[in-house]
Write a protein that binds this ligand. Structure first.
Ligand code: SF4
Ligand code: SF4
Ligand code: SF4
Length: 664
């Protein structure tokens, strides 16, 4: 016995679904919900039309199989009778003689094989009776169980309009019980999934696809089968039942009258439209002959890829043969016998309608999908719903998710990709900055070591050369040499000082300073050529800060001097800004800019782009060290490519306003 999902009439096979929404689109009653990345059938809403099982290319939708149940019956001692739907001839159109089919079914172990077409003849006569009883009354046909289920669930107020007549399957079952009592078990074989839950007057239902499977497993083929006739009574005009308008052909009524009073609609859209128009009284007093699929010859329990018109032609051929060959007298006797059988039935409501949301609720959901104007409503159907509005309604009813909207999901994906690209860029620049900081830290260690080693001997050289200079008298030729030694030794001392600054080994003497004054002092001693305009842009809210004034002047004047030396004309701006805790000073020029490959190296000691003898290459390294000693940050932004925009360079220094605050 099957368990779990497989006991549900139509169910989803876990993890096969690739959420293409095809089944959502094809489900006439929207009984499919997208949940946890899977399309799930909501059992109570499903009418078992079987559309989803046919359209899913992933094989993620299946219907309950009853082969095991039927095998158990066949293995038991019970007399088991097969009731075969009239569409069998369409499904097995490859068999040249229907008697081969009957022989194959018997070979499975069925004791008798009856045609449900006889039940269709009985039902047709009952319909004629109904028309005559209530000539001006419209009805909705009740022979398609999916249509009956549709009305019970979604148009419960129309239950009284369903024809109160049983289906040909039930009519045949009642006939056999009337004639032979109850000492047998009945198995219906047909093209329909919904039949499995139509009635408890048959013991089991299998589809033609399941029947083929049983035949295959038991290796029953036309070539190893003894042919046989269907048990009598056999069907006559009822054989036409499975084809569109087949029921009409079965009725013994005036053709013109039928044309005037019967509307035939098949397929998931047409049958719904017909019921809608019937309900709104657009079609009055008409009988609706409705099929949920494209006729029983193409039902969801038939094998796929069958040719619709070839199948139809098989039914017509079979019907014509029967009309010419059957024993009409015997058939009429059986039909007379069947007059005593009650073929009426009633229906019960199973209201599955959900309250329609208000326009306001719908608008809100549409807006959350980025649909504000009518132009935003693409109605592309990619979500499985015909319109954006219907999708929004389904979301409110808990049947759908916003993410099912393709344009919405694509937009969201684009935004995520863009955000990722930005994060990636940020990550890259942080990574580069980290590498740079690490490299400079190593260089700082090295510089500190060298500076310490040089500092003491240099002090001795300076001291003794000064003593010697003092001792040299008059115009001694040694005086000039000693002067040179002192000057060069002093130069070396400056370099060592610069290295110690870079290595952050000098002392920072924090003192309260006026930033504006400090900036003015920084540029006061710089000679600015005529073509260059230098200005301070003071945007400070508070000019007070605790910094080492001497060191900060060294930093700013170094940067400004570099800018002046690197350009013949243009603007240099020293911009001062602040927050409560932080001071930002930007030295910005409109010069040629620094090449990208040089940007990584400019804070390294002794790296210079100036000519030989034009600088020690310690200016920026010193600035870097001083800013770091102030627990601040210094960074450079530059563009040397005119194609990318204005060229120029900006050094941005950020230091805490107070030494206790750190932004490192
Ligand atoms: S048709 Fe339905 S069940 Fe099949 S893959 Fe698409 S969404 Fe999933
Ligand atoms: S069987 Fe029909 S009604 Fe049920 S879920 Fe599938 S498509 Fe929808
Ligand atoms: S735009 Fe979105 S909500 Fe509208 S129909 Fe297309 S997929 Fe569905």
């Amino acid at each position: 016995m099957k368990q779990g999902e497989e006991r549900k009439l139509v169910y989803s096979i876990k993890d096969r679904c690739r959420v293409c929404y095809t089944c959502v689109r094809e489900c006439p009653v929207k009984a499919i919900q997208i949940k946890d990345g899977q399309a799930i059938v909501i059992q109570e809403r499903c009418i078992a039309c079987g559309n989803c099982t046919r359209v899913c290319r992933q094989g993620a939708k299946a219907y309950m199989e009853s082969v095991d149940e039927v095998n158990l019956l066949l293995e038991s001692n019970a007399r088991v009778i097969a009731l075969v739907a009239p569409s069998f001839i369409a499904e097995f159109e490859e068999l040249t003689d229907p008697r081969v089919f009957v022989g194959m079914v018997r070979a499975l172990g069925f004791d008798e094989v009856y045609e449900v077409a006889f039940g269709a003849d009985m039902v047709a006569r009952e319909y004629e009776k109904l028309y005559k009883e209530r000539p001006k009354r419209g009805y909705i046909s009740s022979d398609c169980p999916a249509i009956v289920s549709y009305v019970e669930k979604y148009y419960p107020k129309l239950i009284g309009d369903l024809s109160p007549i049983v289906s040909p399957m039930v009519a045949t079952a009642r006939f056999l019980r009337h004639r032979y009592g109850n000492e047998f078990r009945l198995v219906f074989i047909g093209p329909c999934i919904a039949k499995k839950e139509e009635s408890n007057e048959v013991d089991a239902v299998i589809t033609f696809a399941e029947l083929r499977n049983m035949l295959r497993i038991q290796r029953i083929r036309p070539t190893n089968t003894t042919q046989g006739e269907f048990n009598a009574p056999r069907g006559m005009k009822g054989t036409a039942f499975p084809i569109s308008r087949g029921m009409l052909q079965t009725l013994n009524m005036d053709g013109d009258q039928l044309e005037r009073e019967v509307i035939v609609a098949e397929g998931r859209i047409n049958f719904q439209d017909a019921i809608k128009e019937y309900r709104s009284h657009d079609i009055e007093n008409m009988h609706l002959e409705l099929l949920c699929c494209e006729g029983c010859t193409m039902g969801p329990g038939t094998t796929r890829d069958g040719k619709k018109f070839v199948r139809r032609a098989s039914v017509i051929r079979y019907l014509n043969n029967k009309l010419n060959s059957e024993d009409h007298e015997f058939w009429q006797e059986s039909m007379d016998e069947a007059k005593a059988i009650n073929l009426r039935q009633s229906f019960k409501m199973d209201d599955q309608r959900k309250k329609d949301p208000s326009n306001n609720e719908i608008r809100k959901v549409l807006q959350s999908m980025g649909k504000y104007t009518p132009q935003d409503h693409l109605d592309c159907g990619a979500c499985g719903y015909d319109t954006c509005r219907n999708h929004a309604i389904a979301i409110i009813k808990g049947l759908a998710e916003i993410e099912m909207c393709l344009p919405y999901s694509i937009d969201k994906l684009h935004n995520t990709v863009n955000k990722l690209a930005v994060s990636n860029d940020k990550l890259l620049s942080v990574q580069q900055a980290l590498k740079q900081t690490e490299k400079l830290a190593h260089m700082g260690q090295l510089s500190a070591g060298i500076a310490h080693e040089l500092n003491n001997p240099l002090g001795v050289v300076i001291m003794y050369s000064n003593i010697l200079l003092d001792e040299v008298e008059g115009e001694s030729p040694l005086k000039e040499d000693l002067d040179l030694i002192v000057k060069q030794a002093e130069r070396c001392k400056n370099i060592v000082g610069g290295l110690l600054n870079f290595a952050r080994k000098n002392q920072v003497r924090h003192q309260e300073i006026d930033l504006k004054k400090m900036l003015e002092l920084s540029i006061s001693s710089i000679i600015v050529p005529g073509g260059i305009h230098l200005e301070i842009d003071d945007r400070l809210n508070n000019s007070w800060a605790e910094l080492d004034q001497e060191q900060m002047i060294q930093v700013i004047s170094n940067l400004v001097k570099n800018a002046v030396e690197a350009m013949e004309q243009g603007d240099i701006r020293v911009i001062a800004e602040d927050t409560d805790d932080q001071v930002t000073i930007t030295v910005s020029d409109t010069g040629k800019g620094i090449n990208e490959e040089e940007l990584d190296k400019i804070f390294e000691p002794f790296y210079t782009t100036k000519g030989i003898g034009m600088g020690t290459g310690l200016g920026l390294a010193t600035a870097y060290g001083i800013v770091k000693m102030h627990k601040g940050q210094i960074e450079v932004q530059s563009n040397a490519d005119p194609l990318k925009g204005d060229t120029g360079t900006s050094f941005i220094i950020q230091v805490p306003r107070h030494p206790k605050i750190s932004n490192v």
